[in-house]
Design a protein. Structure first.
Length: 393
């Protein structure tokens, strides 16, 4: 299975290989867009496969010693083994109990975050820097070793070296592409964490792997076709950015609470607690992080920002306090409104403190078990439902 997953990335990892006979300066950039997009879809797999390709295609041991750190055997082999272990976990997910699988899903979520940071900080800049050098080198070769003169020769700047400007533009461009696509891809890991069934996890992971395989194979056949497909992926990631950002924040908070055991040293406030919106808070996208506030007049409100730099917005909680209840889940609980469904999702830190929170907000419904029935309704909310429309404003 590991070979099947890794092979497409290896074929597309060679970013400098343009279409045969195409010496235009944009040809390496077209291939680089596909490479960066592929790495962003699965950072650990992409980085490991990219490094493995460079290691296997190196001419000799001296050339291998000069490769970047991610192309050394000590990195790419363990990286691909971890990818294989994650694939095995998803394959066996349907047979594992939630108590075993969900902690493994949390570990994979953390791995995706760490590998994403590594790729964004090292692999992507390295790739774009190499492309910039190829573009400059290609132009110099076309001019017989010197950069071609332009109409600017009349003011004596024809042979000025603007390669530094090219480097300064391509690297931020590559990181911006990576950030957009990675965030959308990372949302799949959070969906797997929220999913109540292992079969859904396998479908989500399989769809992402299929996209990665299609992208890399297309780029290997024709870099321009790969770049066109990559641009399509980038456009979709842009319009899904709000949805993906909220899922990324949700996953980050979930992992922090889970690994730090925060529930053991946390006590809910009497008012103004941080929660995530559910799929049934009018006008608020699902999994928006904000403050659950009880006003002096008695009403309940939710304060949030659509994006960190946007002004604070306010939404009224539907129903009366007497109609609110807390559903206790296996890993995290939720606030439910009678007749309205899930209003808030509580981070794992609230596990064991649900009764305190219910008293603080005078919830008349008290505590309720959240079992299989909640899992069915949660599946609909998992994919954003009617209350989780993406907002980019």
């Amino acid at each position: 299975m590991l070979a099947v997953i890794a092979a497409p990335c290896v074929f597309a990892a060679d970013a400098p290989a343009p279409v045969k006979g195409d010496r235009s300066p944009a040809a390496p950039l077209a291939t680089a867009v596909s490479t960066v997009t592929g790495i962003a879809i699965s950072p650990l797999l992409g980085t490991g496969a990219y490094g493995a390709y460079q290691w296997f295609t190196a001419k000799d041991e001296a050339a291998r010693a000069a490769l970047p750190w991610f192309a050394h055997l000590a990195f790419w082999l363990p990286a691909l083994l971890v990818v294989g272990a994650c694939a095995a976990k998803d394959t066996l997910g349907a047979t594992l109990s939630p108590g075993v699988k969900k902690p493994l899903d949390v570990l994979e979520l953390v791995e995706n975050k760490v590998s994403g940071l590594i790729a964004a900080g090292a692999v992507v800049p390295f790739t774009m820097d190499a492309v910039s050098k190829m573009i400059v080198g290609g132009r110099a070769a076309a001019a017989g070793g010197a950069l071609p003169a332009t109409g600017l020769a009349m003011i004596h700047v024809a042979n000025a070296d603007f390669s530094w400007l090219l480097y300064g533009l391509t690297i931020p461009f590559g990181i911006a592409i990576f950030a957009l696509v990675w965030m959308a891809s990372h949302a799949i890991n959070v969906l797997i964490l929220l999913s109540p069934w292992g079969a859904i996890d396998a479908v989500l992971k399989g769809a992402r792997t299929a996209l990665l395989g299609l992208l890399t194979l297309t780029a290997a056949v024709n870099p321009w076709a790969g770049a066109a497909l990559s641009i399509g992926v980038i456009v979709v990631a842009y319009f899904a950015a709000g949805w993906a950002f909220r899922l990324t924040v949700f996953g980050s908070v979930f992992c922090w609470d889970f690994f730090t055991g925060r529930s053991g040293r946390f006590v809910p406030r009497e008012n103004d607690n941080w929660v995530f919106s559910g799929g049934n808070l009018p006008g608020v996208p699902a999994r928006t992080y904000g403050r659950f506030v009880q006003r002096t007049a008695g009403g309940l409100e939710f304060f949030y920002r659509p994006w960190p730099w946007r002004p604070v917005r306010t939404a009224k909680v539907p129903g009366e306090k007497a109609a609110l209840a807390i559903g206790k889940g296996l890993f995290f609980s939720s606030v439910i409104a009678e007749g309205a469904g899930t209003v808030f999702l509580l981070p794992p830190r609230y596990r064991g403190h649900e009764e305190v929170l219910a008293r603080a907000y005078l919830m008349g419904g008290g505590l309720r078990p959240a079992g299989l029935h909640k899992a069915w309704s949660g599946l609909k909310e998992l994919f954003a439902g009617t209350g989780a429309k993406t907002q980019l404003v």
